[in-house]
Design a protein around this ligand. Structure first.
Ligand code: NAP
Length: 247
């Protein structure tokens, strides 16, 4: 973590807690906001080379002068538990195995564990961000869904969302998805996290949409509550990958 972003600190502490519960070693590297890009990369390179380190996660955002793309590309793809390295971004598209971002994986895990059938369904994803919407497109294609992607330039969002068997919101906009935008019987997954004076909420008007959806994931207590566990699963996946590569 570079700097003192309060949300990053919460996420880092959550990972330390879960790692402790799992009996997994954990080290936290808080670097001052003024740390140079070269010095951040140096820390990462040391961790890349360390045999007792199997996963590296860079908390975002990074302070402005640092180019996040350069720092992310410095993490070994085999230890990139956040799935942000260009190699892993390529693997997600090509259908090969790799380490993929946790939040889109959480969206899928929630559905699979709830017995929702994804294959052959029309999934509409609202948001094409690099951490959630875009990787989710490729993970949903792997699950054999037909995928439509909407974003801020989509005219008449409801026209698209009403066609969804599975509607996934990943836009970061409070109450973006309302009851009149959802097909009765749809599965609605809310990946949005928005801070409001009343507390954390998602992108979906939960109270309204739950009346007509078959399944709906709450915020908080839905997608976000799984992501730390999935990051830890990525550590194990990365560890197996590192062992295969060292043979
Ligand atoms: P992002 O990079 O900011 O992307 C947001 C996307 O939403 C963009 O593609 C944007 O369209 C689209 N959008 C914004 N307003 C819209 C509107 N009115 N109608 C349709 N599309 C709209 O965000 P992100 O990093 O992908 O994250 C998305 C959400 O997931 C955020 O709420 C974030 O907090 C949350 N999140 C949750 C977790 C978790 O653990 N649960 C983890 C990471 C992120 P354009 O591309 O046209 O701008």
């Amino acid at each position: 973590m570079v700097g003192d972003d309060p949300a990053s600190l919460i996420y880092a502490k959550a990972k330390r807690k879960v790692a402790g519960e799992l009996g997994m070693g954990f080290a936290f590297f808080p670097l001052a906001a003024a740390t140079s890009e070269a010095d951040v990369i140096k820390v990462i390179e040391e961790l890349n080379a360390a045999e007792n380190t199997h996963g590296i996660m860079l908390e975002l955002p990074l302070p402005a002068p640092i180019k996040k793309e350069r720092v992310m590309a410095a993490v070994s793809p085999l230890k990139d538990v956040d799935g942000m390295h260009p190699v892993n971004r390529g693997y997600i598209m090509s259908g090969e195995e790799g380490l993929f971002p946790a939040t889109p994986q959480s969206c899928i895990e929630i559905m699979l564990r709830s017995g929702v059938e994804i294959a052959g369904k029309h999934a509409v994803i609202v948001g094409r961000g690099e951490t959630v919407g875009k990787p989710l497109v490729f993970l949903m294609l792997r699950q054999q869904a037909t995928v439509t992607v909407c974003h801020s330039k989509t005219p008449d969002l409801g026209l698209f969302t009403r066609q969804a068997d599975i509607l996934i919101a990943a836009a970061g906009k409070v109450n973006l998805i309302t009851k009149n935008m959802v097909k009765p019987g749809a599965v609605v997954i809310d990946a949005g996290v928005n801070e409001t004076p009343e507390g954390i909420c998602g992108d979906v008007d939960f109270a309204g949409v739950r009346e007509i959806a078959d399944w709906i994931s709450p915020v908080p207590g839905g997608v976000g509550s799984l992501t730390t566990a999935i990051i830890m699963r990525n550590v194990l996946k990365g560890m197996a990958w590192q062992r295969r590569m060292s043979r």
